[in-house]
Design a protein around this ligand. Structure first.
Ligand code: UD1
Length: 356
């Protein structure tokens, strides 16, 4: 039986590896799970392994935070001996984080086949570190699993042979479909009856302190109309605290620690609208048909705008106010769920991995 080695590193990877690991296990594959340690806080990492029922990592490279070059180089150095020792038939990498590209490069140089789950997404914005990670990983991957057909078109434009590309659907939605009943059943007695859910963590937003302060001022103003629930990523918390922004005192603007998966999914299902700069949340809200306002200039997930409930407002806070007001007054987009976002993407991936 073939041996697969999965590499994961940060929060959004964990929801993606879980279904693939499960589908491969059901087919009897041998598997090793490597965590690079890019995310290391309990509530950014450990909690997800427990909830998503992924076995604890077999190996943790414990790289921690650093500049992009430091983090990427550290992962490469620590991963190479693991790869040489484990000798997998194929390494599976996920998404677009630094761990994805770092592991990919190590494999490519040692001639170990690479499978990329969530291949082909492009924002077209090369100032975004994840875009560089996507472009490079897809160039060196042997099997490219796309979540939507725009991914296939992007890869074809970049000269990737069609024989390597497989449109399989969205593994993040596999996890959502599996966990939805449990999320719906969670009691959240302290939650306001109606609320807007907010997450912000992208450096291009939260490292711009003037923008971040104006965004918080706008959220404070909007919270008079409807309560706001805002779980804060460590990066954002650090920026807010070091600039003296008060995180307590307004009962309608509820800040919290980052949430575990189920609780965050429960929040998304109950929110009147979601405001975010995340990638995965654009997809989850599209599946749930909850209005999503994305505070980014572009998206690598255009299907969520064309078909789904997502609207891009850029970093323009006036447009954010305008779009949110539309939702609060009951205006709704007509939406549909993209093709193959059906809870079975990982089964398709596992089959192809075992046949390749
Ligand atoms: C990374 C990914 C991004 C993804 C995000 C999800 C890259 C290039 N970026 O960004 O695509 O959307 O994860 O969360 O890979 N920190 C902690 N505890 C942790 C992890 C980080 O306190 O467990 C702090 C670090 O000290 C640092 C900041 O958070 O100041 C950023 O962490 P980092 O992993 O560099 O990038 P993210 O912004 O999380």
């Amino acid at each position: 039986m073939k041996k697969f080695l999965h590499v994961v590193g940060a929060r959004p990877n964990f929801m993606k590896v879980a279904p693939v690991y499960r589908s491969l296990a059901a087919l009897g594959a041998e598997q090793i799970l490597v965590h690079t340690g890019q995310h290391y806080d309990v509530n950014m990492s450990d909690v997800f392994f427990k909830e998503l029922e992924i076995p604890p990592p077999d190996i943790n490279l414990q790289v921690g935070s650093g500049s992009h070059a430091q983090q990427t180089a550290e992962i490469m150095q620590r991963f190479e001996p693991v790869l040489l020792e484990q000798k997998p038939d194929c390494v599976v990498v996920y998404g677009d984080i630094n761990s994805t590209v770092a592991a990919g490069i190590v494999c490519a140089k040692l001639l170990v086949p690479i499978a990329h789950v969530e291949a082909g997404l492009r924002s077209g914005d090369r100032t975004m570190p994840e875009e560089i990670n996507r472009l490079l990983t897809d160039q060196i991957a042997d099997l490219l699993f796309t979540p939507s057909v725009d991914g296939d078109a992007n890869l074809a434009k970049e000269g990737i042979p069609a024989s390597r590309i497989f449109f399989v659907g969205n593994v993040m939605i596999d996890t959502l479909v599996r966990m939805l009943p449990a999320a719906r059943a969670i009691a959240m007695p302290d939650l306001p009856e109606k609320f807007v859910l907010v997450t912000l963590h992208r450096p291009s937003n939260v490292d711009d302190i003037s923008w971040l302060t104006q965004a918080i001022a706008l959220l404070t103003e909007l919270s008079e109309q409807m309560p706001i629930v805002f779980p804060i990523h460590p990066r954002t918390r650090q920026r807010l605290e070091s600039n003296g922004v008060a995180l307590e005192g307004n009962p309608n603007l509820i800040f919290s620690q980052p949430k575990p998966y189920l609780e965050f999914l429960a929040l998304q299902t109950r929110a009147v609208a979601v405001v975010t700069d995340s990638g995965g949340i654009q997809e989850e809200t599209t599946y749930l048909k909850v209005p999503c306002i994305t505070v980014r200039e572009n998206t690598e997930r255009p299907v969520t705008v064309e078909q789904g409930s997502n609207v891009l407002v850029g970093r323009d806070l006036d447009r954010l106010r305008e779009e949110l007001n539309k939702v609060l007054t009951g205006e709704r987009k007509v939406t549909s769920i993209p093709d193959l976002w059906d809870g079975h993407a990982a089964d398709r991936i596992a089959k192809i991995l075992l046949q390749a």
